[in-house]
Design a protein around this ligand. Structure first.
Ligand SMILES: Cc1cc2nc3c(=O)[nH]c(=O)nc-3n(C[C@H](O)[C@H](O)[C@H](O)COP(=O)(O)O)c2cc1C
Length: 352
């Protein structure tokens, strides 16, 4: 029998209204991405990994990651670091910022992170990882979740030892991306390990890796017993993948694609400022306009433009009907106000 993706479930006391989770992705998971993910069916969204050192030093860019909009809940903010005490302090900041869940990154395979003793390198030292989880759980009243890889080396099954240990230390859920850190994003995610982890822990497990369609989501849910599936790359410039996974049929029209991209551009400019947004957005043009939706040279035209205004003009010229769709989307998704409190950007709805 197919699993009902619209069923709600819980991480601690936080109710997650669907069994679809939007993955944290560095350089991608801005507010606009998360708000869009929620609109298309994700029951839980997550910030990209936020540096605990950056939070401690009140680094302006880092604090930007702690912005929470009223329509993002439930939202997890993910932190990475290596020192239990500093992780605990960062968890307090995450709670103050209005997040619903503190997520700990034990999966990042990038050298810059692992060489500091953070990310996936923690999987090599289960006791240290457990100390981090315990310190975070102690510091915050929010549920603590952990996201991890299968282990550091190829073929590793370390997640089956580390996972239960972290639950003992206070983790209220575990997301498993069953590739090794060494694999980065090559090969495939081995969800047979996800099934094994599910059988070993009594907290919800979220399956991450290669979930790209409703058929695949159903298969992973049914064969692993996981509480939810997480979708990352398939949702880049493609919220319709989330809708398809939730059971909605149909490809978007050119007008819908351009209207969603325009809304994304406008929200991102508000969030990052025009200068930062101009470079940040370039990768999204290919993601939205690819997949056979628009001819390749069109994307190449957009990425060399220097102003957002010009990008908007070209997009609307390519799909004039998008203006009307955009107007409706903007009416349905008004900007969310935020205030600054004690140097931390806090949503005025934060905490609520
Ligand atoms: C560009 C990119 C950035 C990522 N950044 C993060 C991150 O900040 N934190 C994290 O836990 N995982 C991160 N991941 C891993 C994803 O959350 C996810 O586990 C992985 O991409 C597998 O899922 P997928 O096949 O659905 O993409 C990132 C992945 C990509 C592609």
């Amino acid at each position: 029998m197919p699993v009902d993706l619209r069923e709600s479930w819980f991480i601690g006391e936080v109710e997650i209204p669907s069994r679809l989770v939007l993955a944290p992705m560095a350089g991608v998971s801005v507010q606009a991405f998360r708000r869009q993910g929620r609109r298309y069916g994700a029951g839980l969204v997550c910030s990209e990994m936020v540096s605990v050192a950056g939070i401690a030093h009140k680094n302006e860019r880092t604090l930007d990651y702690l912005r929470v909009a009223s329509d993002e809940h439930p939202l997890a903010i993910q932190i990475f670091g290596s020192e239990p005490e500093a992780m605990g302090a960062a968890a307090k900041a995450v709670e103050a910022a209005g997040a619903d869940i503190v997520d700990i990154n034990f999966g990042c395979p990038v050298k810059k992170v692992t060489k500091t003793g953070a990310g996936a390198s923690c999987l090599d030292d289960p006791e240290h990882a457990a100390r981090i989880v315990a310190a975070v759980a102690e510091a915050t009243s929010l549920p603590v979740s952990v996201k991890m890889r299968r282990g550091v080396r190829d073929g590793s099954r370390d997640c089956l030892v580390v996972g239960p240990r972290l639950v003992e230390a206070g983790a209220a859920s575990i997301t498993l991306h069953p590739r090794s850190a060494k694999q980065m994003y090559t090969g495939t995610a081995d969800h047979a390990l996800t099934a094994e982890l599910v059988s070993l822990v009594d907290v919800p497990v979220i399956a991450s890796g290669d979930v790209t369609s409703r058929a695949r989501a159903q298969a992973v849910l049914a064969t692993t017993g996981c509480a939810a599936v997480m979708v990352g790359r398939a949702a880049q410039g493609n919220p319709w993948a989330l809708a398809e996974i939730m059971g909605d049929e149909g490809e978007p029209s050119r007008e819908e694609v351009v209207a969603e991209l325009l809304l994304f551009i406008r929200e991102t400019v508000r969030e990052l400022g025009e200068q930062r947004a101009t470079g940040f957005l370039k990768k999204f043009y290919g993601w939205y306009l690819g997949r056979g939706r628009f001819p390749k040279p069109f994307k190449q035209e957009l990425v060399v433009l220097h102003s957002i205004e010009e990008v908007e003009r070209r997009l609307l010229a390519a799909a004039p009907g998008a203006a009307e769709v955009l107007e409706r989307l903007e009416a349905e998704n008004p900007p969310v106000d935020e205030v600054l409190l004690d140097g931390l950007p806090i949503s005025i709805y934060g905490g609520g």
